[in-house]
Design a protein around this ligand. Structure first.
Ligand SMILES: NC(=O)c1ccc[n+]([C@@H]2O[C@H](COP(=O)([O-])OP(=O)(O)OC[C@H]3O[C@@H](n4cnc5c(N)ncnc54)[C@H](O)[C@@H]3O)[C@@H](O)[C@H]2O)c1
Length: 400
């Protein structure tokens, strides 16, 4: 049985014949012959980063009792590069045997679901979660549900792009509730304003939190009285960058590096990994960090924040709503319906965060340690019930 210290099942290093740049794929572990995890595009992404992200995906599936192991893909190119689209398409062609045999993927940093759907279609691979569809017993019905789910727009933004951030805001709400804080009026700073960061900010604001800072790749936008989140969202380009012409009169611009100087109660890292480190964890002003990004906090920083009493809701719990939504939709646990999707994410997120924080309090450990234990326990149980390799058995919902 796999444990947290085992080697991943598979590591792939691919060289693009056109640009000579690298692409990576890692399958951390399999459950029932399946592994799920997004594909990111970022100049400088490494095999090590992809491996850590694949491990995070295993924990993510365990946390929400989803019947798959963890995987991840990484394409080493700036998404703005004119070669980016072509390289992604060639990468998808090269990884086709993995998609066919058990890896289901989705959007991640630097890659929209729309773009991924396009390149999957052009390479004739089917849907990005084709492996799961093929095992669902009724691939056509499962595929229809996913396609219908992906077509749903929520106030101008795709459901798949907002559901993850909605979950982040609910994780914050559940964390605040556990601590006896009122989310209404608490200040929030969100680093990254793409799929995850943008929707985290939207739904935190809907809870009455005051979003006093957002940071995209071009820098920080701040206002101690609160930013007009909807206006900034409407101005974004496809890369999640805010058009500075949309700024309000009192909004200020600063450098991205200044994000920890902004006075806030809640900090939401929602961009790249390893942004909270031993070197800057002492500077965190927030009382709660809600990790919308994957692996934003190093182990040393986790330790420092825990000792300082800062509540950190771990990545694979806080941002797990997006991944869970895919599974629940394709398994038919929920229909392709926005209200059902929000309700399910709301209920499961509150339950999961509550169980994690109560366990952490009881055992005097960090929320992450409590979540790791709960999550690995679930995943080991799933693997022992369903097997690690494809058994030919039909994929079934184990959650309801
Ligand atoms: N999209 C999903 O479904 C999903 C689900 C779970 C977790 N995540 C994680 O959330 C994070 C963001 O993913 P996304 O899909 O929202 O990406 P995205 O490409 O939609 O948006 C990324 C945002 O981060 C900003 N950014 C990029 N580099 C930055 C930097 N160095 N400093 C500050 N801002 C920077 C970009 O300008 C953009 O606003 C990643 O860690 C990803 O793994 C994504």
């Amino acid at each position: 049985m796999a444990t947290g210290s085992e080697e991943p099942r598979l590591r792939v290093i691919w060289t693009d014949p056109v640009t000579s740049r690298k692409g990576y794929a890692v399958i951390d572990r399999m459950v029932n012959g399946l592994a799920g995890g997004g594909t990111r595009m970022r100049a400088g992404v490494t095999l090590e980063e992809v491996e850590r992200l694949a491990r995070t995906m295993s924990y993510k599936n365990g946390a929400f009792n989803l019947p798959g192991g963890g995987a991840k893909g990484g394409v080493d190119i700036d998404p703005h590069d004119p070669e980016a689209r072509g390289m992604l398409s060639r990468y998808v062609r090269a990884m086709t045997p993995l998609y066919r045999s058990g890896w289901g993927t989705a959007e991640d940093l630097g890659v929209t679901q729309e773009l991924l759907n396009e390149v999957f279609a052009e390479q004739g691979v089917g849907m990005t979660v084709q492996a799961m569809l093929d095992r669902s017993g009724d691939a056509a019905a499962a595929g229809r549900r996913v396609a219908q789910g992906l077509a749903i727009k929520v106030e101008g933004i795709g459901l798949a792009d907002v559901i993850g951030g909605y979950g982040v805001a609910e994780a914050a709400a559940a964390g605040a509730e556990h601590k006896g804080w009122d989310l209404k009026g608490m200040r929030a700073v969100v680093q990254g304003f793409g799929s995850m960061g943008g929707s985290s900010a939207r739904y935190l604001a809907r809870h009455g939190a005051k979003v006093v800072g957002v940071i995209d790749v071009n820098g920080a936008i701040t206002n101690p009285n609160g930013l007009d989140v909807e206006k900034l969202l409407a101005s974004r380009n496809a890369h999640g960058e805010v058009d500075r012409k949309a700024l309000g009169r009192d909004d200020k611009q600063g450098s991205g590096d200044s994000w920890l100087d902004i006075d806030t109660d809640i900090l939401v890292p929602a961009a790249i990994g390893d942004v909270l480190t031993a070197a800057n964890a002492g500077k965190v002003k927030a009382r709660m960090v809600v990790e919308a990004a994957n692996i934003p906090t190093t182990d040393e920083a986790q330790e420092i924040l825990f000792k300082r009493g800062v509540v950190v809701i771990p990545d694979y719990v806080a941002n797990g709503g997006a991944n869970a939504w895919w599974w629940w939709t394709l398994l038919g646990v929920i229909e392709a319906d926005a209200d059902q999707s929000f309700k399910k994410v709301h209920d499961v997120m509150h339950e999961t965060v509550k169980a994690m924080l109560e366990r952490a309090d009881r055992q005097h450990v960090s929320p992450r340690q409590a979540a790791d234990e709960l999550s690995m326990h679930n995943l080991d149980q799933l693997a022992s019930t369903l097997g690690e390799d494809a058994s030919g058995a039909q994929l079934k919902a184990v959650t309801a």
